[in-house]
Design a binder for this molecule. Structure first.
Ligand SMILES: Nc1ncnc2c1ncn2[C@@H]1O[C@H](COP(=O)(O)OP(=O)(O)O)[C@@H](O)[C@H]1O
Ligand SMILES: O=C(O)C1=C[C@@H](OP(=O)(O)O)[C@@H](O)[C@H](O)C1
Ligand SMILES: [Mg+2]
Length: 211
């Protein structure tokens, strides 16, 4: 890869993404070594349905680190589901709570490696994004619109999608949010292939980033 590329793993089509396409994870020694190098949490950002929660849990398993899903932590703190929070208090209130919860999770890690899955809108909030960029390694999980639409259609618990056409909403959010997601330290692709392949691509990009 061009050494001046600011986004390791920032590849599409047939360039160096192909080097990371295999589902094979690094061996245990390489994983332990990478985990040892990580002195900050890895924070997954990206659109709804791209796999932050699912792939994040598997990434943490591979690295032998803790995993926290920020959405679950918000639900626990609020004692309310995410659709209920949106309905009762609105999105702005949710974003404030989300920022505080993510800050607390990162703080609780005390600079130890961990994997944190955020909700799709967290990194779009300027303050939350600045905090994540300062204190963590931000990994943008990116995927094709059609893949995301198919995945979000499996569950109806996302307030921004309830009663709406997921293709229409996600294509609009993809446009609106791309400039924010682009600021992540790392980009990795989550495609329709095996989940292990997505995990392997993130690990390869982290390895490249950590040097
Ligand atoms: N790489 C992947 N390959 C296949 N299915 C996936 C992949 N990542 C996520 N999924 C599935 O897509 C759905 C949405 O994933 P989820 O992790 O909830 O996304 P997010 O947290 O980014 O909204 C889940 O049913 C999950 O099992
Ligand atoms: O994109 C968003 O604004 C949201 C994404 C959701 O999380 P996932 O991205 O994990 O689905 C959840 O935080 C909430 O419904 C809002
Ligand atoms: Mg999620």
């Amino acid at each position: 890869m061009d050494q001046s590329d600011p986004m390791p793993g920032n590849s599409t089509g047939n360039d160096n993404a192909s080097a990371h396409d295999g589902a094979a994870l690094p061996d245990a020694r390489a994983l332990a070594e990478l985990s040892r190098k990580l002195d900050r949490p890895v924070v997954l950002v990206g659109l709804m349905g791209v796999g932050k929660s699912t792939i994040g849990r598997k990434l943490a398993q591979a690295l032998g680190t803790r995993f926290v899903d920020a959405d679950d932590a918000i639900v626990e703190a609020a004692q309310m589901s995410i659709p209920e929070i949106f309905e009762k208090f609105g999105e702005a209130y949710f974003r404030d709570g989300e920022r505080r919860v993510i800050a607390r999770i990162i703080e609780d890690m005390h600079g130890h490696p961990a994997v944190i899955a955020t909700g799709g809108g967290a990194f779009v909030d300027a303050e939350t994004r600045a905090m994540i960029l300062d204190k963590a390694i931000a990994v943008w999980l990116d995927g094709d619109l059609d893949v995301l639409v198919e995945r979000v259609s499996r569950k109806s618990t996302r307030p921004l999608l309830i009663g709406k056409d997921p293709h229409e909403v996600l294509s609009r959010l993809m446009e609106e949010r791309r400039p924010a997601y682009c600021q992540a330290h790392i980009r990795a692709v989550s495609d329709a292939g095996p989940q292990a392949a997505s995990v392997a691509r993130i690990l390869a990009a982290l390895e490249e980033y950590e040097g």
